[in-house]
Ligand binder design. Structure first.
Ligand code: 5GP
Ligand code: ZN
Length: 114
């Protein structure tokens, strides 16, 4: 999608701190990190929000969570703990309308979230 920030990052038109990429997912550091590890796991396919998922995306979304677990382990946080978050629409604070899974780790994360 031409006016989508994350599509531009995936295309390499806007720089990012790349952490991992494969055929279907790109992972880069959040520009305003909220924890020592804060990365965004983003499908190459443009999907605006969780409200726009179809059954065809089930495997893709599953792979996003498996990537999060792999990265948490790679960074040594798999036993301490980590949080994975999708924000959807206004009250949840979604600001970029291309789905992305936040992976946060490296500090005590409070519950309930704000
Ligand atoms: P949301 O609020 O939609 O759940 O998450 C969007 C995230 O994207 C925010 O945590 C924000 O800091 C991050 N972000 C916004 N613009 C950029 C950018 O240009 N580059 C990177 N790497 N992250 C961004
Ligand atoms: Zn997009």
């Amino acid at each position: 999608m031409s006016d989508c920030l994350f599509c531009k990052i995936i295309a390499g038109d806007i720089p990012s701190a790349l952490v991992h990429q494969d055929d279907s997912l790109v992972t880069f550091k959040d520009i305003h990190p909220q924890a020592p590890l804060h990365v965004l796991i983003v499908p190459r396919k443009h999907i605006a929000s969780l409200n726009d998922l179809s059954p065809d995306d089930d495997a893709l979304v599953g792979s996003m969570f498996r990537r999060a677990a792999a990265l948490a382990k790679e960074h040594g946080y798999h036993e301490r703990g980590y949080r994975t978050v999708f924000n959807t629409n206004r009250e949840a604070g979604q600001t970029v309308f291309h789905i992305h899974l936040h992976l946060l780790a490296g500090r005590g994360l409070t519950w309930p979230p704000g």
